[in-house]
Write a protein that binds this ligand. Sequence first.
Ligand code: ATP
Ligand code: MG
Length: 649
Amino acid sequence: MPSAEEILRGLDPEQEEAVRAVRGPVCILAGAGTGKTRAITHRIAYAVATGVVPEQQILAVTFTTRAAGEMRGRLRALGAPRVQARTFHAAALRQLSYFWADAVGGPKPTLIDSKIKTVAAAAHSCGFQVDRTELRDLAAEIEWAKVTQTRPTDYETAVAKEGRTPPMPPRDVARVYEAYEELRSEHNLLDFESMLELTVAMIHERPDIAERIRSQYRYFVVDEFQDVNPLQKLLLDAWLGDRDDICVVGDPNQTIYTFAGATPSYLTGFPEVYPHATVVRLVRDYRSTPQVVRVANAVLRSGGAAALSPDYRMELVAQRPDGPEPTYTEYDDDLAEATAVAEKITGLINAGTPAREIAVLFRTNSQSATYEQALADAGVPYTVRGAAQFFDRPEIRAALHTLRGASRADDGESLVTTVRHLLQPLGLTEQPPEGRQAREKWESLAALAQLAETIAAQRPEARLADFVAELHTRAAIEHAPGFDGVTLASLHAAKGLEWDAVFLVGLTEGLLPIIYAETPEQVEEERRLFYVGVTRAREHLHLSWALARSPGGRRTRTPSRFLDGLRPAAAAPARQHRERHRKKDRMVRCRVCGATLLEAVERTLGRCQDCPASVNEELLERLRHWRREAAALQKVPAFVIFTDATLQA
Ligand code: ATP
Ligand code: MG
């Protein structure tokens, strides 16, 4: 077990200051790769090693289940294996389950399986006809309302105040929201937000329970604090009571969830709330080469008027030796881009970079498939990160259904035996079968079985119902350990992680910034996503984009505005190209609302279930085609017919 002195070794003076401040409020405000996560991990270990804080009384809150797992791993290595590292949801669910009988009573609620289904039922009960896209938007909107503590009756006012553009008239959204909540309580369903709300209510209403929870957890550490939402903040405050042993770390420039209700103001306002807090700024970048850091700093500097105040620009100072220059490559179409990326990846692997040290990052989950195919064709192993894809797989949905059914009639067998037993009729053989599809299916099921083993090892008392609950709260699921594959991930899912080589793909207008990022604030959030992407790379950074969707297709895309200034030579033509497109846009406008054709329709298109950011590219492509046709024929009046027809298609 490392001694306190050993734990301090390998920290710079500022990190050490934060680590030594074991008691009282601490805030680390710093840029990407400066060692924030490392500092808090060492701080926890140091607090334990010096005996100031009992291990079991520390709760470390991370953004994803994966991050929690990683932190537990690091803490084990630093001699603090019993520290609790969890997401807000996992911690809340545990407390809620534990005190349920006493605090609430009656049957425990079922964790909501598909929010979309419940939202659909709610919309239906209000007499609304909504398509899948609108449903996803509605679900996201209800989620936003809940995390910002906006009641159905206040929703209209809040939407106007926040300048949001809801998928339906605000009054209708409020009705669906209300119906959704009614349905939920009628069927005793629990969603992620109500999980936190109920925990907060329990702590507020039951001083005895509050006391027990507060005596269990006395020291709190929160990573990625820039993306905390009001509901999570309420829970944190409920846990804290009137104490102040809280350490938060974050980077305002990596705030990427304001669309979902998060706000960096809790982070930036922390020193005001706790004037006696130890506030530490870190500037040394330990992750990336000077070449990558230069790009990251340029992105920070390029922020528009809606960007954060210069106080938080926090330029990074590279610590690592020189590496290769980042590359910028334009391709004719998506396929050419994916094929070339797969080729470069093969080159890196052949030159000795392990596949797990390589990532392909994109803005929308729908971009993943092209890369999955290209990598499979090139014989490169890969893994797709993000819970949504995993839980969306048909075999996993079926498995979850079975597991949930069985959990109601638990026969007392051990978790591992039960799960294996249940998965075997589902096709989990001892050895993986032949064929790509069958093998992928097998790998998903094997990952599920593996997870049961991991959980059983951590919590021997865990039953099937706990496992099912855990699956639901997982924000991300890990593939079988030891699997060496290239990571495919959305930029949102890449937060906090790092790889030797990062490929940022699809850097075009419409994808990054995403097409529906309209307000300057929304564009700035897209820029921060770009910053998150750039700063994931340790050494190799490849930025690329494609002008057309398919081979031989029309070159309808322009390079992302975020590339302007990063590659000086190409910046001007890109801007001109975009300007030309804007002019064309102006030709076709709705006579009623004045929106361009594309704008009007895009607003009604929306997000996918997995990622509130993805758009239906296929449909958009068709719209772009129609817009050009309409522009060419000067057929402005066709607008309405065309819009209706397309929306029905
Ligand atoms: P992000 O904002 O992306 O979450 P971060 O600030 O949390 O980044 P870490 O992930 O903690 O940064 O650290 C980035 C990398 O730098 C890691 O590989 C970490 O091990 C390394 N690192 C951090 N501090 C030091 C240090 N003092 N000396 C050497 N390496 C360090
Ligand atoms: Mg971090």
